[in-house]
Write a protein that binds this ligand. Structure first.
Ligand SMILES: [Zn+2]
Length: 126
């Protein structure tokens, strides 16, 4: 089982696939689509896993995105302001643009991380 092959958590997270069967899509549209950003099917079309196990299930994904993006901003600021000697305003403008572009990707990937932390791959779907 490779790190990015079907059966690994990274496969499910990076491809936004169902954490149990790694076949069904978690979202109606693609990873970078700005249409129907939070739109998810009610259940996996392949294994019938409930994508909303309980009300408010995805609140935890906010913490995932907060931590991930917080670290990204610190590394970004360190690289551009300290390392490349950009002004804070220049770095902030670029950071805001990157944040706007990556918003959907971060939102969906955080949900996939959270769901994969709670649900595990079932080998019967290999
Ligand atoms: Zn599934």
């Amino acid at each position: 089982m490779g790190l990015f092959k079907k059966g690994s958590k990274l496969y499910s997270i990076l491809n936004l696939k169902c954490p149990r069967c790694h076949e069904g899509d978690l979202f109606h549209t693609g990873n970078w689509s700005f249409q129907d950003i939070a739109g998810m099917p009610d259940r996996c079309p392949n294994c019938n896993l409930n994508y909303m196990p309980e009300p408010g299930f995805y609140y935890g994904a906010m913490f995932v995105s907060y931590v991930f993006w917080g670290f990204f901003c610190v590394i970004f600021g360190g690289t551009f302001i300290v390392g490349l000697e950009w002004t804070v305003n220049q770095a902030m403008i670029l950071l805001i643009v990157i944040s706007a572009i990556c918003f959907v990707w971060l939102f969906r990937t955080s949900r996939a991380v959270w769901f994969n932390a709670m649900e595990h791959y079932d080998k019967k779907y290999e």
